[in-house]
Design a protein around this ligand. Structure first.
Ligand code: ZN
Length: 280
């Protein structure tokens, strides 16, 4: 569980989670969070030297031009260039994860786009395939520009899509409104790639396999997922958990409605009571 109130703690927790799940390895990966005009960064070599058991005090805080406010300038990750470029291009982005998820990287190492085939990916990131930037020198301004350009293209096609891209032979960048979502984008995309790879291994050569998508989910359909929906027809009569007669009035109803006490109901109850008394 991420404590979004404590940014340093959140970065340490998410770093460990990414490492334990194999989404980042000891050779790299980094995390940042923007809070107003400050950027909090995981320190350089968190995997190589600490296997992501990093202390909250090791988190570096800078301004938007990478000038340190708290922490050592030499400890700022070389990948930070891409983080700052993304923050400066997308004011709504508050957290960034750079990871090395191996199943996603398999696609990157073949320069292949990643189609969305899992419900998680389609609903969280959108149906737009995850694409590769051109091969770039890690940590370079060129890589940062290409990541930003990739994200701008995604938003041009689908303004509500999740921001994540692949870097061939290297890893991925994920950017979101908070650290939970930056992590989520990496996780659902990696699982999506596991499905694609397993599907190919298991059914790739089976002529009976149908690998096509029969229902392309629209943005409207995705947005409708979170809406409340009736599960009973309005006017439906049923018994509430206390055995009372109740009527369902429709979406938004917070508690069962017991019908008005009518003369009919009174005589029915009286009959029932008298019957019980006779039998007792
Ligand atoms: Zn990397």
């Amino acid at each position: 569980m991420v404590n979004t109130k404590n940014i340093r703690k959140s970065i340490c927790e998410i770093g460990k989670l990414l490492y334990d799940r194999g989404y980042i390895d000891a050779s790299g990966g980094n995390i940042s969070v923007r809070d107003g005009d400050k950027v909090y960064l995981s320190p350089r070599q968190s995997g190589e030297h600490h296997q992501w058991n990093i202390e909250e005090d090791s988190i570096i805080v800078t301004d938007m031009c990478k000038v340190p406010i708290i922490g050592d300038f030499n400890k700022i990750t070389r990948e930070s260039v891409s983080h700052y470029y993304i923050y400066n291009a997308f004011p709504e982005v508050k957290a960034i994860v750079h990871a090395h998820p191996p199943y996603m990287m398999a696609f990157g190492s073949a320069h292949m786009d990643i189609p969305a085939v899992s419900e998680g990916t389609r609903c969280v990131i959108g149906t737009l395939p995850i694409t590769n930037i051109e091969e770039s020198v890690p940590g370079s301004a060129q890589q940062a520009e290409r990541v930003v350009e990739n994200f701008k293209q995604r938003r041009k096609i689908d303004p509500e899509c999740g921001l994540i891209c692949n870097i061939p032979f290297h890893g991925v960048f994920s950017a979101a409104s908070d650290l939970n979502y930056a992590f989520l984008y990496v996780e659902v995309s990696e699982i999506n790639c596991k499905i694609l790879i397993n599907r190919q291994i298991m059914f790739g050569n089976d002529p009976r396999a149908d690998l096509s998508i029969h229902h392309q989910i629209t943005r409207e359909e995705i947005n409708s997922i979170s809406q409340d929906k009736d599960v009973c027809e309005v006017g439906y009569r049923y018994k509430d958990p206390y055995g009372n007669e109740a009527i369902y009035l429709g979406e938004g109803q917070k508690k069962p409605v017991v019908p008005n006490v009518t003369p009919d109901l009174v005589s029915k109850i009286t009959e029932e009571v008298l019957k019980k008394l006779k039998n007792s």
